[in-house]
Design a protein around this ligand. Structure first.
Ligand code: UDX
Length: 478
């Protein structure tokens, strides 16, 4: 039975619905064991659910089943071991097994930017549904978690009907995730809100059952987790709208940084001052080399592409500007390097031949090994193009960075990295860099020059230790 949206939003949940498998609590599968799916699978096992992680990548599944995570995420390793031990968490490459096991199947596959443009590539979503649906023989709920263009949930519903061939009564729902890398475990166990994009009361109540563990944990901690019940389109838009807003906030402060650079003002003080207004808030106002990662850059591009298709491209034209501001900040580091080193611009741009530059940071943010669309690596590539000899150090990201930018040299320790450097650029704000002793590092370098691409160092301390310091959007400190 299809219920019109307003009635779902106003009706109270029916309470626990019986999982079609006959199990006491719904059994969950997470399809796609990348960053998103693996984190969810482990955390929902931790919340007490029986969970099956599914992926087409056999070696990855073997690793997970043996207790090894394919990426770095604080706190997740321990939970993986613990829950493999409880017997609640399993992994498979077999879709028939997944279909036989699960009441609720979460689609957690990647939706990367397409090679031929800005839009999202939905081929992994399609293959996940096409692989699962023919094996479904009883009622089930397929829940989309991946970030997708608005309209995808309706399309998934059609795919399910096509591939399930009427074998089972399968429903679709959309429940976007808001994981921040580095805090992903907390974000799953203690989300600041959950969104249920549904068409029927059964789907809504099944999602309540699936999140009972999350609500119970919140109750024991005297918290509440707000639930927003929506239609499909709104649920899909919540995610891209949230990420667009965050990207816009970062680019706003980085645009202010450009103005500060032209006027001698200090963007860190400006951000602090405007952030005291609770309507603005002080979060996501850190000016620097800008945003990167597997989400914000691709999401704002896919959103623009989808808006074009929908005939509302103009409404999101500002996101193009947000992207451009973000890209300009990366080039600004190269510009600052050229100025600090007193080098000239040649016919092909800045000429840093013969200069040794050390880049501290490769990941797109600290506490992660993720280098996707990393501003730090983008700067490394640009520096390599100037002819500079670039050495990179990162506490967790070296392995991934080496694959992406093999032209740079990689060091194993901070001290090794800075030895003999003419210029040090801090481009990811790892604690190890923030707490580094500028006196000790000063003894190792060839020239005490530092660019603080994340405005994360204490400029006064570095200047006192004899360093020429340049921040982003900050006046020169002498
Ligand atoms: C983001 C969203 O925060 C999350 O809700 C969504 O689910 C996925 O995308 P994530 O990609 O993990 O999460 O990183 P986030 O912490 O948002 O940072 C994104 C980028 O912005 C990083 O490169 C970070 O360094 C940069 N950033 C963040 C700034 O440059 N300035 C800021 O003030 C904040």
């Amino acid at each position: 039975m299809t219920i019109p949206y307003p009635s779902i939003q106003t009706l109270p949940p029916l309470g626990a619905v019986s999982p079609p498998s006959g199990a006491q609590r719904p059994r969950l599968t997470f399809i796609g064991t990348g960053y998103l799916g693996a984190t969810y699978a482990v955390c929902f096992a931790e919340l007490g659910y029986e969970v099956l992680g599914v992926d087409v990548d056999g070696p990855k599944i073997d690793k997970l089943a043996a207790g090894t995570l394919p990426f770095h995420e604080p706190g997740l390793d321990e939970l993986l071991h613990k829950n493999l031990g409880t017997g609640r968490l399993h992994f498979t490459t077999d879709y028939a097994e997944a279909a036989a096991f699960g009441d609720v199947h979460f689609i957690c596959v990647g939706t990367p930017q397409r090679a031929d443009g800005m839009a999202a590539d939905l081929s992994y979503v399609e293959s996940a549904v096409a692989a699962l649906a023919p094996h479904l023989t009883r009622k089930a709920l397929i829940v989309g978690k991946s970030t997708v263009p608005v309209g995808t949930a309706e399309w998934v519903e059609q795919l399910v009907h096509k591939y399930a061939a009427g074998l089972a009564d399968v429903e679709v729902a959309w429940s976007p995730e808001f994981l921040q890398e580095g805090y992903a475990v907390e974000d799953v166990l203690r989300p600041n809100r959950v969104i249920f994009g549904v068409k029927t009361e059964w789907a809504r109540d099944m999602l309540y059952s699936v999140h009972k563990g999350v609500f119970d944990l919140a109750a024991t901690e005297d918290r509440e987790v707000p639930v927003v019940i929506t239609d499909f389109a709104t649920a899909e838009l919540v995610k891209v709208a949230a990420n667009s807003f965050l990207a816009t906030k970062i680019s706003f402060i980085n645009a202010m940084a450009e103005v500060c650079e032209a006027t001698g003002a200090d963007v860190t003080l400006l951000a602090k001052a405007i952030g005291y207004d609770s309507r603005i808030g002080n979060k996501f106002l850190r000016a620097g080399v800008g945003f990167g990662g597997g989400c914000l850059p691709k999401d704002i591009r896919a959103f623009q592409a989808r808006a074009q298709e929908l005939g509302v491209g103009e409404a999101l034209r500002f996101l193009h500007e947000v992207d451009l501001i973000n890209q300009r900040r990366r080039q600004r580091v190269v510009q600052l390097a050229t100025e600090l080193l007193g080098r000239a611009y040649g016919p092909n741009g800045p000429d840093l031949q013969g200069v040794k530059v050390t880049v501290l940071g490769a990941t797109f943010k600290p506490n992660s090994d993720d280098v996707r669309d990393s501003p730090a690596l983008s700067v490394v590539r640009r520096l390599v193009r100037t002819g500079a000899q670039v050495t990179v150090y990162d506490p967790e990201g070296i392995e991934n960075a080496c694959r992406d930018v093999p032209q740079a040299t990689y060091a194993k320790t901070l001290n090794d990295a800075v030895a003999g450097a003419d210029l040090v650029c801090v481009l990811t704000e790892w604690e190890e860099f923030r707490n580094a002793d500028p006196q000790a590092l000063g003894a190792l370098v060839a020239g005490r020059r530092v660019i603080d691409g994340r405005n994360c160092l204490d400029s006064a301390v570095w200047v006192r230790a004899g360093w020429e310091y340049r921040g982003m959007g900050r006046p020169v400190v002498r």
